[in-house]
Design a protein around this ligand. Sequence first.
Ligand code: S3P
Length: 180
Amino acid sequence: MKNSDQRIVLTGFMGVGKSTIARLLSSMLECERIDLDSFIENSEKRTIAAIIKGEGEARFRRIETENLRRILSRDNAKIVALGGGAWTIEENRRLIKQNELTSVWLESTFEHCWRNISLSKRERPLAKNKSGARALFDDRQKYYCLADWHFVIRPELNSFEIAKKIAEEVFSRKINCNFR
Ligand code: S3P
């Protein structure tokens, strides 16, 4: 497969910046992107928080897998931003591999993610308190590290620079520094 034909999923913990980086990447590469959480909310006509709080996490995971399957069967979205838990589910990883998408882990420290979670207005029922979120973060590292590519989000790199690195390294596309 040519690098330019690649489709990727972005994974990583809540608050790491998957949706922002997906948005920047799709403008850099001029290609379609899909955000799994938004896709679920549009098809279910309710928020992810409402699904988890109303029907539990297990039911949410089934809905998530069904929607991921639908997204992956469309061939036009080159960039798929997953929710933070999607990659930890074996069936989802299998679907992603079967459909020949490359997985990209946005890796960062817990403190960085927690800061963004705390500043965000978005309700995240699985990260209600810091100690619970930290336990989830620690437990999930073993799944995230199974991804094909790892990009470490360091404080001195902004989202634009990370997206540029992914475009250059994963898609072999040279991005002009004046791009905004
Ligand atoms: C979740 C992450 C959320 C969302 C849901 C569950 C998780 O997405 O899918 O609340 O299990 O980590 P973000 O990673 O975009 O916050």
